[in-house]
Design a protein around this ligand. Sequence first.
Ligand code: GLN
Length: 501
Amino acid sequence: MDIDIRSMTLCELAAAIARRDVTSLQATEAYLDAIAAEDPQIQAYNEVYPELARQRASEIDARLDAGEPVGPLAGVPVAIKDNLTTDFGHTTCSSNYLKTFAAPYTATAVGKLLDAGAVILGKTNMDEFAMGSSTENSATHLTKNPWDTSKVPGGSSGGSAAAMAARLCPAAIGSDTGGSIRQPAAFCGVVGFKPTYGRISRYGLVAFGSSLDQIGPMTADVADAALLTSILAGHDDRDSTSIPAPVDNYVAELAIPFEAPLRIGLPKEYYTDALGGEVRAKLDDAIVALKAAGCEFVDVSLPHSRIDIADDGTLSSFAVACYYIVCMAEASSNLGRYDGVHYGHRTESDVDDIVELFSRSRSEALGDEVKRRILLGTYTLSSGYYDAYYNKALKVRRLIHDDFTAAFEQCDVMLCPTTPAPAFGIGEKTSDPLEMYLGDIYTISANLAGLPGLALPCGLTDAGLPVGCQLVGPVLSESLLLRAGMLFESATGITRLRPGQ
Ligand code: GLN
């Protein structure tokens, strides 16, 4: 039988392997061949595990042939972001500091994928320690956007998004602190889901901003995101911030029709001149399609997530200021563990004392953006500035959160842009960190408020670049959001985008 494995969704491939139409080894080989042939142009992966993947696929095939129960992902290959620990291979966070780091344990999320029968293909590139929006802060290499290789894939989960868009994996896992799943998903035309903070265990996710970080899937369509979320979600004793609530059956609940019209909120602060024309046009098209499918639209307001435009065109946003204070403060504390003593890079130069060992090891192996954040984060936490910056940011964070709570009294979910514009050119924003940060205006509020956000492809620009949008819902509304995502796909007909097709 001639089956095009790479054109299948994750759900289709899982079903085909379960039926034994395709073996896990065939599926794994198809992706390993694709990576060998095409990843040199895209450079989505940091590390690929051909031998381990083949061995694992053969084991799963043997178990399936013997009629043993395996799991919902039996034999299906998956790629994971390089900030998830595995007790095989390396976990580098695309940092020179962790270039040779082999973690002694496997992240809960990865363990759950393996328990469900998945085959891990490799680790994907990212901005160093997940700090960035273009994957250009990777210390290893640049990753290209498969839709246009002169453009960035977004970040920080740019490797996962690019691998997914180029179908160098049938699904990938990313992490999202301020948009790092949703923004690259938008730039690469794939689905990216950041669940509620605490829905998926962070154990084994290398910490960046611990009160914001969340793991999630990047897939070809919403059904695949539901399948992966159902596997990844759940309480974990090893992550004290993971939510002890039971996990809904996201896959089965996708089929539940909406009895009353879905009420979709449009935050008026997002639909302004700060939103690029092409993105606005695609969102307007989606709104028309959703109305035709019976959805009701209501205007809502998120005053503390508003974007101010000065006379000279400069953008400013409380949410961006608040996010960058909180995430940098947390990063400065989390990255204190990279001290040149316990693991990772240690300076080889002669040092007089332990303080010099710390500072040289850190100076040599951490990148510029990471250093900038450690310095700024340390500054905002230092005595005298703590109240002026950090405490104030926490108060703004609460106001942003409360705005969402009030808005969800009028709507079930919100339809928002994911990014102000489609993917930008490689090198276009690297000289101006602030401009790079301002690209996150539509994604960070969901992290600050701990809310789930489902990024969906929303069409292509005239130049053929993907445009994204996102549905944001209340805490623990994963099931509703995924159902709304399915409705979006059927109403707009936009799903399973692939470059060149
Ligand atoms: N672009 C944001 C930042 O640089 C978000 C990163 C992320 O979500 N990991 O902090």
